[in-house]
Design a protein around this ligand. Sequence first.
Ligand code: T4K
Length: 443
Amino acid sequence: MDAVSFDARLAELCLVQPAMAEPTRHGADLADPFNAVAAAPAPAKQSVDELALFGGPVAFPEPLHVGRPNLGDRERFLARVADLWDRRYLSNDGPYVREFEQQVARRAGARYCVATSNGTTALELTARALQLTGEVIVPALTFVATAHAMTWQGLTPVFADVDERTCCLDPRSVERLITPRTSAIVGVHLWGRTCDVEALAWLARRHNLRLLFDAAHAFGCTHAGRPVGSHGDAEVFSFHASKFVHACEGGVIATNDERLAERIRLLRNFGFAGQDRVVGLGTNAKMHEISAAMGLTSLEHMGEFIAVNRRNYWLYRDRLRGLAGVCVRDYDDADRHNFQYVVIDWDESRTGMSRDQVVAILQAEGVLARRYFHPGVHRMEPYASRASAPMSLPVTERIVERSITLPTGTAVSAAEVQAVVRLLRFVCEHADSIQARLNRHDS
Ligand code: T4K
């Protein structure tokens, strides 16, 4: 697709904003129990000289992060820690880990859940338990762990392009890459938007491939009304601290395949099938009890965390509406979402500033916006210098060059969201003078 038609398509997608855009209907007024002591953001900038990048005062001396952990009820967490302290049961399939697995399984609509030390080990165990070989087709528009986990298992990730609307694997691109060496498709539900599960399942069936989903971003989401966690051979969650529900570090494999779950349990614990009985190779990828205690506490607040994320998302979307060249990526209204990533598409040709310039301006102000997932995994090592590189992934490359992930979560108040929006508007309105200042700096 050429640049013009891509932009036209994106503009079209941005224009199709559902009628439910009024923030009040989505919780903009929501009392925020997690942010009672948030500092008042600095007043709006009056001139370009006041930008922190040019020596002005920093708007957010206490920075706003993408991925600042949501914290639930401190007393509940500490009570669980006291409890595990008293029972002296700290790891190895303990009671909190089992409870956490049950709770996740219930929410993910999966028959079996196996908790692990993190999402990356969960992906590794699943690839190994599925006995994948040769090549696996993955997107390059993802966190590097998706590909690294496969490579760590001796597999070769083959990068397919993504769909411009969902940002997830494009089944047509996947189909073109299937060879006799391919053993699996690994879809990623990027930023909580789900893959075209049906098309990928059809391809997997047709070519006798395994289908695995990296659902690190999609806990609590649904696809066609069914919870993420119940698709493909397995779906893998991350419960890293930066995820909206977390266990400090943690992962979970969700599956409806009992034998697969059993194999993963063995692999997770050195291959032990009982005391002194090792039935095969295994590793140590166990979740410990303190993580599970945090996970259980976090799960108790899942609804509140989503409500705050939803409020922030709609505030950003509502307040940025009409700003030329800036478009908040939307969600499919038919499904449930966790709203944990607010991603904007930044069009340099319309805003007059490059994506990297605006990220630098935001970061200088303490708005620690991220370029997730720049430059694309195919441009990272060891993939970039493989014999088969370079590869052409036009949609992926356009998205990684234009995306900005903005701070959200319970550490970001409604007032702070509005201050970030003011800053973005200021940057766009003063793009020419900012460029002039930047050019003066360079010369
Ligand atoms: N698949 C996908 C699609 C993934 O996105 C991930 C992980 C995985 C697989 C692998 O799952 P895990 O093995 O991680 O369970 C972060 C996370 O480390 C990573 O879990 C996550 N994806 C990725 C998207 O983001 P960084 O390097 O960007 O994180 P970092 O250290 O810059 O932290 C983010 C922000 O949060 C910073 O501004 C600091 C702040 N922060 C972070 C932590 C951990 C805090 O304020 N407190 C904290 O405790 O990778």
